[in-house]
Write a protein that binds this ligand. Structure first.
Ligand code: GCV
Length: 668
């Protein structure tokens, strides 16, 4: 297998203690699968690389349909619990079986087996069934064709360079990595489709797109493209992109036919319309459903999907306008057409109503929409959460979103249920994350940010995993199986989201970031701008009244969430300032005043970063030098960032409120 000048991350297959796995893996039978199938070949290659690296076994004997100690078997019986893309690992009487319903499941099953070997787990008596929780599990890349990455913190794109599509060893390793954690769909280009990227659906690029799509297919991944809604104008020379215009429809019909002729396995299109300056159906007085359905109807004969983003809001708001509430915009733009979307449209909804802040309520579109396919969009790229300089393990945040009860019906009403298809019995559902990779040696800038890259895939495949389980897996696969390393790195990862929250914006208010770059503190950076992201702090208090007495946002939720959020007393405190305008001397449940809470958390946040650094330093001898140094260097930058946040936020609120810190600490 081609190895390049980049890390193999959790597929490094370094030497491991053999806890008995060696007894099975050298004698392999394929039962019900053809060794000639492209995905089976990849699974076998992976098995080979894994056992060679981890167990020192040079090769295995492969037999078709004969008995062996490792049987890779197609599960077909009616009583099988194994579902599409699922697998089961079973050990009985000295025979280990990886049973799967299809080739993708087999690939995931082999990855699951190699994971256990890498974690030095015994396979004796194992009986473990893994079915994917969500049908669609996607990474969305915001890569531009010039090689830059929007909100990328790990170097340049490995999909594009100088307006060319790249298909090489790195893209193959990318496919290996993400398929090994269960990803089955990838959007390779930025949702802000401009310039050369608009041409991705033309002959200029389709040959290369096909090559990449075929590489992905080997690994059970469908390639998707983000498309420019104004393509009929920009590529076709038409005067309009009105979805109801017959000429526009004809243009898309021809284009889609040509795209699928060139790339038959294409998964479909992702569309950012009427959002942050991108064109869309609103320009023509049409609804989002009109726009999405027009494309869906035309792509349906090819089995394609339209993933339509719900990130629609007015980004040219006047800050003096206190009635318009950006948080309400997504729901208001989509709820009216619930039920109007075709079955091959999936609405892709950001986890919160704003924009990937460190703390936001879950979007009320989940639970609000009942007759429309939905998928969740989260951001693994740390745009607002430390930009892969600050440690911020995001799986706990994603877990909270999955576990959120929308109360849209009595049972099975968690976000996790909705995006698994259990709530409304639909097939076209899923989960997507904005990816955090680039062409840095370690893929993610910070080595610890790879825990998010790994973890999102694992969580998408198995909603039941805890943040702790995923962290432990990643540490064992990537850093070390030494108990001390596992314990301490887990501690760093698991506290990191709260630590980041402590030294940045308090109690769900969000933002306060440096405009445009979104790294570092600027309390009023967006306060008097057009983006609709205000904290409205004055000398009396802070927060936005989104109760029914305020903007009414709380009313977009189902009961009892609507009532809880509406009430100052019952509102979950971590979201208090998102939903309410609160005076500085308001007493929190801890007994502290709001202002004292702000001071305390900001001091604590910095102290906890110092503790994280001390923990990391105590592992110097146990972690590979380069990884240790890279992380350590970023931790210094994190500490500097945290101090700056602490001092600016505390000084800001001290100056606004005039209320001193009860503990008399230095505030400037
Ligand atoms: C791709 C935020 C980001 C933008 C991003 C946008 C989106 O506003 O700052 O960079 O654009 O979200 O999700 O479309």
């Amino acid at each position: 297998m081609e190895q390049g000048a980049w890390s193999q991350l959790w597929l490094a297959y370094e030497k491991r203690q053999d806890r008995g796995a060696g007894a099975y893996v050298a004698d392999v039978a394929l039962n019900g699968f053809s060794g000639e199938h492209r995905t089976v070949k990849r699974a076998l290659e992976e098995l080979q690389a894994g056992i060679r690296g981890m167990l020192g076994i040079e090769g295995y004997r492969l037999r078709e349909t004969a008995e062996a100690t490792l049987v890779l078997k197609r599960g077909t019986g009616a009583d099988q619990e194994i579902q599409k893309e699922g697998f089961c690992l079973l050990e009985k009487d000295g025979v280990l079986t990886v049973e799967a319903a299809d080739e993708s499941g087999l690939l995931y099953g082999v990855a699951g087996l190699l994971r256990l070997i890498a974690m030095e787990k015994s396979l004796a008596g194992i009986c473990s069934l893994s079915n994917p929780s969500s049908p669609l599990r996607m990474y969305d890349h915001w890569d531009n064709m010039d090689g830059s990455i929007e909100r990328g913190y790990s170097g340049h794109s490995f999909f594009f360079r100088e307006n060319e599509v790249l298909v090489d060893g790195r893209t193959r390793d990318y496919a290996r990595l993400v398929s090994s954690v269960g990803i089955n769909g990838v959007v390779i280009n930025n949702v802000n489709v401009k310039q050369a990227a608009t041409w991705l659906i033309t002959d200029r690029y389709l040959d290369k797109v096909r090559e990449l799509a075929e590489l992905f297919e080997d690994y059970g991944i469908r390639l998707f493209l983000a498309v420019n809604y104004a393509s009929p104008i920009e590529l076709g020379g038409l005067e309009s992109a009105d979805p109801l215009d017959l000429e526009v429809q004809g243009w898309w019909r021809d284009r889609i036919a040509q795209v699928y002729q060139a790339v038959p396995s294409l998964g479909g299109f992702l569309v950012k319309a009427d959002s942050e300056g991108r064109p869309g159906p609103f320009t023509y007085g049409r609804t989002q459903a009109d726009g999405a359905n027009m494309l869906a109807r035309l792509i349906e004969p090819y089995g394609g999907l339209i993933l339509w983003r719900c990130f629609v809001y007015n980004c040219t708001q006047d800050w003096r306008d206190r009635k318009t509430d950006r948080a309400k915009a997504g729901y208001d733009s989509f709820i009216g057409q619930d039920g109007d979307y075709l079955d091959n449209v999936i609405l892709q909804i950001k986890n919160g109503p704003m924009d990937f802040q460190i703390r936001e309520p879950v979007s009320p579109l989940f639970g609000g929409m009942r007759k429309t396919n939905q998928m969740l969009e989260v951001q693994v790229a740390q745009e607002y959460t430390g930009q892969q300089i600050d440690v911020c393990y995001l799986i706990p945040l994603f877990r909270e979103v999955l576990d959120f009860d929308t109360y849209c019906q009595e049972d099975n009403a968690l976000v996790s249920d909705i995006i698994s298809g259990h709530t409304f019995g639909n097939q076209n559902t899923g989960i997507a994350a904005v990816c955090n990779t680039g062409d840095d040696f370690n893929w993610t800038g910070s080595d610890l940010a790879a825990a998010n890259f790994y973890g999102f895939g694992r969580l998408a495949f198995c909603h039941g995993l805890t943040a702790e389980e995923i962290a432990e897996e990643w540490i064992r696969l990537t850093l070390s199986n030494e108990e001390e390393v596992v314990r301490k790195v887990k501690k760093i990862l698991l506290c990191s989201r709260e630590v980041y929250e402590k030294y940045t914006s308090p109690l769900g208010i969000g933002w306060m970031v440096t405009p445009n770059t979104h790294y570092g503190c600027s309390v009023d950076g967006y306060e008097y701008s057009r983006w609709g992201t205000y904290h409205r702090a004055d000398h009396l208090g802070i927060g936005v009244d989104r109760s029914m007495r305020g903007t009414g946002y709380a009313g977009q939720y189902q009961k009892p969430n609507a009532e809880r959020y509406d009430s100052l007393q019952d509102c979950p405190e971590e979201l208090l300032l998102f939903f309410h305008r609160v005076p500085y001397l308001h007493r929190l449940k801890s007994g502290k005043t709001l202002i004292q809470h702000i001071y305390d958390t900001h001091f604590e946040g910095v102290e906890e970063v110092e503790e994280m650094i001390a923990l990391w330093e105590s592992l110097k001898e146990s972690i590979s030098g380069e990884v240790y140094d890279r992380v350590r260097e970023r931790m210094d930058r994190q500490l500097e960032n945290a101090r700056e946040w602490r001092d600016q936020v505390n000084a800001y609120f001290y100056r606004k409120s005039g209320i001193p810190d009860e503990k008399g600490r230095e505030i400037y």
